[in-house]
Write a protein that binds this ligand. Sequence first.
Ligand SMILES: *[C@@H]1O[C@H](CO)[C@@H](O)[C@H](O)[C@H]1NC(C)=O
Ligand SMILES: *[C@@H]1O[C@H](CO)[C@@H](O)[C@H](O)[C@H]1NC(C)=O
Ligand SMILES: *[C@@H]1O[C@H](CO)[C@@H](O)[C@H](O)[C@H]1NC(C)=O
Ligand SMILES: [Zn+2]
Length: 303
Amino acid sequence: MRSTLLLLYLLLGSYLCLAQWCYQSQNSCDDRCREPTEWYMEFPACGGQSQSPINIVSRRAQPNLSLTPFIFEGYTDVLNVTVSNVGYGALFTLPSSVRIRGGGLPDTYKAVQFHMHWGLNAGPGSEHTVDGEQFPMELHIVHIKEKYNNLNETMNDSTGIAVLGFLYEISPEENQQFNKVIKSLGNIKHFGNTSEVPSFRLTELLTSVENLSSYYRYSGSLTTPTCVENIIWTIFQKPLPISNQQMALLTQQMLFPTGTPMTDIFRPVQSLNGRIVYTSTGTGVFSRPLTLSLCLLCVFGLI
Ligand SMILES: *[C@@H]1O[C@H](CO)[C@@H](O)[C@H](O)[C@H]1NC(C)=O
Ligand SMILES: *[C@@H]1O[C@H](CO)[C@@H](O)[C@H](O)[C@H]1NC(C)=O
Ligand SMILES: *[C@@H]1O[C@H](CO)[C@@H](O)[C@H](O)[C@H]1NC(C)=O
Ligand SMILES: [Zn+2]
């Protein structure tokens, strides 16, 4: 009798959740849903060969001279931004007056939204990793080619979307510019809640980036279902600062639709499958001959 009930429960559970996807942290006996390793069952593209995020091996990144600095438009404008709890994160909508070009992109792209990925407090939370290191947070600013009206229209264009990714590392001092964003999350605790972030400037988030012209570039996918492989990824090399206390506030204010804390909202890294990661700076190519000559000096007892 008990096993029949259990079977019924499991069947019902999988039936109710079949069309849903979730992060690993949401899966429990009470809430069965498709976790990242199962996304491809419902969304076949998630099992593709050019998925994101990836681990970036910095010394293998190939320098590419076409990766010039970006031209940012509207990034200094004062915007009224709406933020929503979409069930798997916080989405900040952006107006199409915000644009990027240059940066080795084939077209001008307009902004759609930005969002963050995090763990719990200062624990691992970024999606991309660099030389195996997972950072506490990653910010994604999502742009689409100017001619499209929304993300769906980009699906058959392999360069339809350009995402700028920023990694955050713990610093002893608070990143004051981020406090407006953190505060807004307190207003969208529950799934479906929305709130306004008044007088917001994107550059407030990016002012402490020392060098926006140093970045990695590769072709990948959305990191949430449907996992469509049409993203030109840019990951800036210099991490931005955020304090321990800010990370605690960021990761502990929001809830998943089931009412559990919204933590560990990142997809694990995916296989590179032969893709090349490019870098806008020459660090990869120049460090190797230097290391080699230092080694030769070692061998000959000169150092
Ligand atoms: C932002 O909202 C305020 C108050 O609703 C409004 O006065 C202002 O014009 C808006 N600014 C923009 C850029 O839309
Ligand atoms: C993308 O291509 C598929 C298959 O050709 C087509 O059914 C779909 O309508 C296209 N979608 C868009 C947004 O162009
Ligand atoms: C947030 O959503 C919850 C649950 O739907 C609702 O009860 C609450 O009123 C909402 N709060 C705001 C500020 O919209
Ligand atoms: Zn993202």
